[in-house]
Design a binder for this molecule. Structure first.
Ligand code: NAI
Length: 358
């Protein structure tokens, strides 16, 4: 079979750190294993445009592996070209870069390495909440630049204790964020999700479910976004939703950039209605140089890396290989049900919206 992997370029970092498995140079550690079984393995970072190496290889690709960090956007047009494609593997979590309706129509199975980096993201989300409310980034910048003006920093610095923090989506990442927030003694922990947590899990972290999105927005001092991107959640945080949030509230989005409307956010942050925004996900990746989220005030943006720590890479490389996804496929065994997003012409995951459940 022909397997194509689209990964980010590793450069010098790949030579310095062999544990950087998710880059082109280190190939998810799969080459020897795949070639020893007679498969052809093509690895590239060249993913954009009709002349890209990805496009040139698509017509006879059987399996496409890609990561959300350097997404190979599998559009309806690309599905048309990929006549032999049977399996699209997300080495990581979040398969929104794949047009899922086209996958259904073309009978392509979409699987991901569920859970492989959920702790990594939960830790980053909690860090980002603290970085924003403590006003840490300008404080550090002041020191690097030789300054010392406590008042300039303290005028926007708060504690997490006694704040209302809410998560949109209380799945694997959302719940782990709640677990990590519990010791901070927030005033309230809230969640908005059409799937209800088991009562014992709600009790474990002391979280309350809010059924109305508007109610949820109006109660939170800090919102963390942890749902997948699909038609319902695209632009969920638009001008209207942002205006329903408390003045001076913060948003941390480590889920997907396009869940937040690009221009509406810039307006809300510029006006001070939203006090700060942090995250590592962008509505297109890599983010263009002139993307306004790079330079808007009070942002704690980074490149998409929270789910690609060295620990996470070890887990998702393993999950793409051996006993798990590829091996199951080669041997004709079923995938782990929790890894399957689309199979047999149906959306199989319960996380991509109620109405999509087959
Ligand atoms: P999960 O499937 O365990 O949980 C997602 C939750 O979101 C589910 O409980 C689902 O019911 C809920 N949800 C779906 N639509 C919703 C809506 N319209 N409103 C409210 N809740 C909704 O997924 P997991 O592992 O927690 O990951 C969540 C997302 O985080 C992924 O889909 C991915 O986009 C993103 N992610 C980001 C990473 C990063 O490196 N920044 C790494 C891993 C995941």
């Amino acid at each position: 079979m022909k397997i194509v992997a689209v990964l980010y370029p590793g450069g010098d970092a790949a030579k310095e750190q062999p544990g950087l498995l998710g880059c082109v140079e280190n190939e998810l550690g799969l080459r020897q294993w795949l070639e020893s079984q007679g498969h052809t393995y093509i690895v590239t970072h060249d993913k954009d445009g009709q002349d890209s190496e990805l496009d040139r290889n698509l017509p006879d690709t059987d399996i496409l592996i890609s990561t959300p960090f350097h997404p190979a956007y599998l559009t309806p047009e690309r599905f048309q070209k990929a006549k032999k494609l049977k399996l699209a593997v997300t080495s990581g979590v979040g398969s929104d870069h794949i047009h899922l309706d086209s996958a259904r129509e073309h009978g392509v199975t979409v699987v991901e390495c569920t859970g492989s980096n959920v702790v990594s993201v939960a830790e980053t989300a909690v860090m980002s909440i603290l970085v924003l409310i403590k006003n840490y980034i300008p404080a550090h910048q002041q020191i690097v630049e030789g300054g010392w003006k406590v008042s300039e920093i303290a005028k926007r610095a708060y504690d997490l204790e006694d704040k209302v923090v809410g998560t949109v989506g209380a799945g694997r990442i959302g719940f782990r964020i709640l677990q990590r927030l519990k010791p901070f003694q927030c005033k309230k922990l809230l969640y908005f999700d059409y799937q209800q947590l088991a009562p014992e899990l709600e009790k474990e972290v002391g979280v309350e479910r809010v059924e109305s999105f508007e109610d949820f927005l109006s109660q939170c001092d800090i919102i963390t976004i942890n749902c997948p991107l699909y038609d319902t959640t695209k632009g969920l945080f638009d001008e209207k939703a942002l205006s329903k949030m408390k003045k001076g509230a913060y948003i941390v989005n480590t889920a997907r950039g396009a869940i937040v409307d690009r221009e509406a956010l810039v307006k809300a942050v510029n006006s001070g209605h939203i006090a700060g925004y942090a995250g590592d996900v962008w509505d297109v990746q890599p983010a263009p140089q002139d993307h306004p989220w790079r330079t808007m005030p009070n942002n704690g943006m980074t490149p998409h890396y929270s789910g690609t720590t060295l620990d996470a890479q070890r887990r998702y490389a393993q999950g793409t290989k051996a006993s798990e996804i590829l091996e199951a496929f080669f041997q004709g065994n079923p995938f782990k049900p929790q890894d399957v997003i689309v199979h047999g012409g149906k959306v199989a995951s319960a996380s991509y919206g109620e109405k999509k459940l087959a």
